[in-house]
Design a protein around this ligand. Structure first.
Ligand code: XIL
Length: 364
């Protein structure tokens, strides 16, 4: 049993507490500190992915970013489909705009992502050999990491390398990179990124490792095996990103998560929470109940992680329920809007924000 910090009776206990005292977690809020003040206090940086449309059109959104965040990850923008509509073209407008906004407001920017199975532009289907795949990956990483050398301090180099668990085991996820380069595509991506910017912190980023479901445990095992192999091969990787798109319907496997993060820590790697949100399509409809469960899942998740290792950052995949990817894949059947994020659609902080804020204030 993990014990470094206080434990509670899991989600059910917290839901009861929250339902009785939503005020403490969702009500009166201390004004968030400025980015500079937070750095002074050595608070764990909190951030969100930055949505392009919202940044452009919604002043309240920009203001929320300034109020709450110390880090920003462009949502899309640096993924292949957005960056490289054609083989020759690189479109840096959006990530450049996020970087300018971040720098103007004392925040840092994270890079997401260099090698992923998803969001590949159509032209990459023409890639037909190992040599061509390696050439394109190298061109991409040199150009993109090179452009933001010294500016993007953390890269999610390889995203979602682990396949869905089949039975008791999970292998590597099929992708154009795995198809042509085999499992060494991961080594290659890290080595290239490190060559181009040796000062950047390089992460492997993965999801669905935290729940009491059938697939999390085998996925944790596969991820750990992969991490060990990479380190044994001398691959320059400094940390692991836990996406934490937490499925609201499952309890958190706190013991399993604690052991996993402890292992990562013992390997000398950092841990970042990179895309936290709580998928609420199967949760009860009433707002206060749903918000309480969402907060409780995040509490259980963060408690288990923090008991093993103080993460280097806590980043949510969106800051307001007004702009979230969740309904694209997990729309509610009752027609109610999803509520996976720290602020509601009117920018009011929810219990989830209080949970995140509480953990980010934990002393080192
Ligand atoms: C989502 C984004 O929110 C979209 O804007 C994008 O087009 C694709 O999918 N894991 C990831 C993210 O690593 O890139 C995904 O983001 C959410 C799941």
């Amino acid at each position: 049993m993990f014990s470094r910090r206080q434990t509670i009776a899991g989600c059910a206990g917290l839901v009861a507490t929250l339902a009785g005292s939503a005020l403490e977690l969702g009500g009166a809020q201390a004004a968030p500190d400025t980015a500079a003040a937070l750095r002074m206090k050595r608070r764990i940086p909190y951030g969100t992915c930055a949505n392009g449309g919202a940044m452009e059109k919604d002043a309240e959104y920009r203001s929320a970013l300034k109020t709450y965040c110390q880090q920003l990850t462009p949502e899309g923008g640096l993924i292949w489909a957005d960056l490289r509509p054609t083989r020759e073209q690189f479109d840096f407008d959006f990530p450049d705009a996020v970087l300018a906004f971040a720098e103007a407001n004392g925040m840092t920017m994270r890079g997401h992502t260099l090698a992923w199975y998803g969001a590949m532009p159509d032209w990459t289907k023409q890639i037909g050999s190992a040599a061509e795949a390696e050439r394109e990956l190298a061109i991409h990483i040199e150009r993109v990491v090179g452009r933001y050398r010294g500016k993007i301090k953390t890269w999610h180099v390889v995203n979602e390398p682990i396949d869905e668990a089949k039975g008791k085991s999970a292998g590597l996820r099929p992708s154009i990179w795995l198809q042509y380069l085999g499992d060494k595509y991961i080594d290659l991506a890290f080595r290239l990124a490190h060559q181009v910017d040796p000062s950047a912190e390089l992460l492997l980023n993965e999801y669905n490792i935290e729940s009491m479901d059938a697939s999390s445990a085998p996925r944790r095992q596969a991820l750990l095996a992969l991490v060990r192999d990479l380190l044994a091969r001398g691959v320059p990787m400094q940390g692991v990103g836990l996406q934490a798109h937490i499925p609201g319907k499952y309890a958190i496997d706190r013991e399993g998560l604690y052991s996993f993060v402890s292992e990562i820590r013992s390997l000398g790697l950092s841990v970042h929470i990179t895309e936290l949100d709580v998928i609420d399509d199967d949760l009860p409809a009433p707002t206060s109940v749903r918000d309480a469960i969402v907060a409780a899942r995040a509490y259980d998740f963060l408690e288990a992680v923090f008991a093993a290792e103080r993460p280097a950052a806590v980043v949510t995949w969106g800051i307001t329920d007004r702009y979230t990817w969740v309904p694209t894949w997990h729309k509610r059947r009752d027609g109610l809007i999803n509520r996976p994020l720290p602020l509601d659609q009117h920018y009011q902080p929810k219990p989830l924000w209080s949970v995140i804020d509480y953990f980010c204030r934990q002393p080192a």
